[in-house]
Design a protein around this ligand. Structure first.
Ligand code: GUN
Length: 286
């Protein structure tokens, strides 16, 4: 059961998706005599990145995708960093590349998302891939928003005609998610740091998606009864991980809620794996 009392088990849903997906990877490998490959560039030792990257590597192994963690020191120079990315971009044995975020200050160039070629951009962060999302086309779309859309689809939550509210407007989650909801027929509002009273919006939301990274942001009185709440925030406090939603309050009021951890996160990784296979498939078709 992926749903119990309106609480989604994202791990089970991702495991179901990955077991089907693994068979596709097997077919690909048999047909092409190589495994799809993913390179993950990690700069420095951000504690959250350590965990996320290890998870991506272990899931890749489970499904038959080759992966490597390319570690660079936190004080790496721009030229060495650019050289490494360029090397991976030109290496024909590498199908997908991701640059784990955040990166240190010296690397925060305005065109950071353009350094990975669009055909290897399995995170879907390159402006070209983000642009395809604008037109509702399926290129490589960002994995977290896609994971959210798949959760809504899998649990048969109707989107068309609903009021959807996205709190948080990052380029990699909030904005692409708002577009996907819009393309699926929702009326979408977006709240940002300057929104005067976000509860004016959240109380009216049939589907509320929160991706801010501020534990306790969404309380029970801020949500609509019977609504759907997707918690995408992840904040580590000591050894515990919290979402943006006050889980115990909100779960009493809504019809559907994703927990943190174990909600959207596992679906993000599953969508990433799909993108890597897709990159390898496109390469052999060239
Ligand atoms: N940092 C936090 N989430 C992500 C993600 O989905 N992709 C990358 N590259 N970095 C991240």
């Amino acid at each position: 059961m992926i749903l119990s009392a309106g609480i989604l088990d994202g791990k089970k849903l991702a495991a179901k998706k990955l077991s089907v997906f693994k068979k596709k990877v097997d077919v690909f490998r048999k047909k092409n005599s190589f495994s799809p490959s993913l390179s993950i560039v990690q700069v420095g030792k951000n504690p959250a990145s350590e965990i996320y990257v290890s998870k991506k590597i272990s899931v890749a192994k489970e499904v038959g995708i080759n992966s490597e963690r390319v570690r660079l020191p936190a004080n790496v120079s721009c030229s060495i960093f650019l050289e490494k990315l360029s090397h991976l971009a030109h290496d024909d044995t590498v199908d997908g590349i991701i640059l784990q975020l955040p990166v240190p200050k010296q690397l925060q160039f305005p065109n950071l998302m353009e350094l990975i070629p669009p055909e290897k951009d399995v995170d879907g962060f390159h402006p070209l891939n983000q642009g395809k999302n604008l037109f509702g086309k399926t290129g490589f779309s960002p994995c977290t928003p896609r994971g959210v859309m798949e959760i809504l689809k899998e649990t048969r939550i109707k989107i068309k005609g609903k009021n959807a509210v996205v709190v948080g407007t990052s380029n990699i989650v909030g904005k692409p998610l708002a577009l996907m909801l819009l393309n699926a027929g929702a009326t979408v509002s977006m709240c940002n740091i300057n929104t005067r009273d976000i509860s004016q919006f959240t109380r009216d939301a049939d589907i509320l998606c929160v991706a801010v990274g501020k534990p306790g942001l969404i309380t029970g009185e801020m949500v609509k009864s019977g609504s759907v709440v997707i918690d995408i925030g992840i904040t580590r406090v000591g050894k515990k991980i919290f979402g943006d939603v006050v889980f115990d309050e909100v779960k009493e009021k809504v019809s559907f809620l994703t927990p943190v951890p174990g909600g959207v996160g596992p679906m993000t990784v599953a969508c990433l794996m799909e993108n890597v296979l897709c990159a390898a498939q496109k390469k052999v078709k060239k």
